[in-house]
Write a protein that binds this ligand. Structure first.
Ligand SMILES: [Zn+2]
Length: 229
């Protein structure tokens, strides 16, 4: 089947698959419709279980929801209200207030976790994408993203310092030597400890360049620097 037909369905599955097999459809509204589609004038349609009306679902499931929630002639008010209650938004979605500061923090969190290069934030399509969701959100430039990431790093380091200060348990250290593609040596120091809730924790507390040659004295110097810090 051609690409156009599956595109016209707008639900990302080929019409062949849609017509032949029961679907794993996630939207709750699907259970009010027959699992098999019918083809009317070469257009796959969804059949209402109650009134047998055939509906196209070209742009997602909103037409299917509207039919059950508003216009299906075979559905009584009680049934309709129960259906409408199931598709209501969660309380947390109601009264949502956009907070640019929170969005910015979450964006930085994502950037660090997904290892997104700072320059990607200056991609014109990124700004366009953000604009389409929240035009009042100002996309920050790469230097600001970098500064925000460093600030976040410093804050987390402070938190970790406070955690270590208040710790009753001992801390064990392990270290690993790494060599970069430029043949530079780095030492990674990991602290292992048990926190107040008896959870075993593991934190990388240092990732520093070790001066060449990597003698035991050089390793010791880097480790002491890390512990003093
Ligand atoms: Zn109906």
């Amino acid at each position: 089947m051609s690409r156009n037909v599956s595109d016209s369905l707008g639900i990302g599955e080929s019409a062949d698959v849609l017509l032949q097999t029961p679907l794993s459809r996630r939207a709750k509204v699907w259970k009010y419709y027959d699992p098999d589609l019918v083809e009317v004038d070469n257009v796959p349609k969804v059949v209402c279980k109650y009134c047998s009306m055939k509906l196209a679902c070209k742009y997602g499931t909103s037409s299917l929801r509207n039919h059950i929630g508003e216009s299906c002639p075979k559905i009584d008010d009680d049934f309709r209200n129960r259906f409408l209650a199931t598709i209501k938004k969660k309380p947390s979605d109601v009264g949502f207030v956009f907070d640019p500061q929170i969005s910015r923090q979450l964006m930085i969190k994502y950037c660090i976790h997904a290892k997104v290069a700072f320059r990607k934030f200056e991609d014109p399509y990124f700004e366009e994408w953000m604009d389409s969701m929240q035009p009042t959100f100002k996309v920050i430039q790469r230097h600001t993203v970098r500064n925000d990431c460093v600030d976040t790093y410093e804050q987390m380091k402070d938190q970790l310092r406070i955690e270590f200060e208040s710790l009753d348990s001992r801390v064990c250290l392990t270290s690993d030597m790494w060599t970069s593609v430029q043949e530079l040596g780095y030492m990674c120091v990991t602290a292992h400890y048990i926190d107040g809730n008896f959870n075993l924790k593991k934190k990388v507390i240092s990732f520093k360049k070790v001066k060449y040659p990597h003698t035991s004295a050089a390793v010791e110097e880097t480790l002491c620097k890390c512990l003093n810090e």
